[in-house]
Design a protein around this ligand. Sequence first.
Ligand SMILES: [Zn+2]
Length: 268
Amino acid sequence: MNKANYYTAESDWQYWSVSQYKDFEKCEAAATAKLKDEWKPSGSPEPLIVGNYVHSYFESKTAHKAFVANNVGAIISKAGATKGKPKKAYKQADMMIQTFENDDFFNVVYQGEKEVPLEGTIFGVKWKGKLDCLNVKGQYFCDIKTVDDICKRHWNNENRQWVSFVEDREYILQMAVYQELLKQKYGKTFEPFIFAVSKQDVPDKMAINIDQWKLDNALAQIETNVDHFNRVKNGQEEPKHCGKCEYCRMTKRLNGFTEVSDILDKER
Ligand SMILES: [Zn+2]
């Protein structure tokens, strides 16, 4: 696994990644359709490009320049009062960058090799991952996360409780996979740190660590699911339809009635 082949469709078939695993958790049918290139989720690519814009800055000045040059069509406004200038989202992204750049704690910790590709075998299947920043000597790694509001509560319907954006976006799972891949490569347990920055007008920031038992639990959760997911991916088992997502709504056919009291049970 290297920087050139990391994001190819071929490597998505060969390897599991955390984002692919999360797709399968949400809806096996949609995940499979996405892999086969039969369907793409709709929605604005802007949050993703903004996230990559911030990431590339902390990778290197050269990487950021190249990223801006390659995405100039998305970044520069084509109409209105801001014509020819960066769109609002990217002015905000510049503020998010400044937020970290002006912070001594961040600058001390966020040191090491940037954009490090990883691979290994977890629970019998091949995985790939990419670290924002790896500090081998300090035995830790860092990930930058952009989020609308760091302290916002998110409802988790499965566990019937409020959770933070870290749990909502399953970042513990992501960090657990990276920790395991690093353990296989270096024979040591690396500690994950998340540097979160918010998209508010005055960006908030937070350095976040995770109790080890939460990482252990997240990894164990993969063991219970990945076998079935892998069989679905290889066409040995039929994908389940969640019945709620964009893909399922698109392919839905009515086949009967739902009694009023059962409507909310269909909520995921
Ligand atoms: Zn679905």
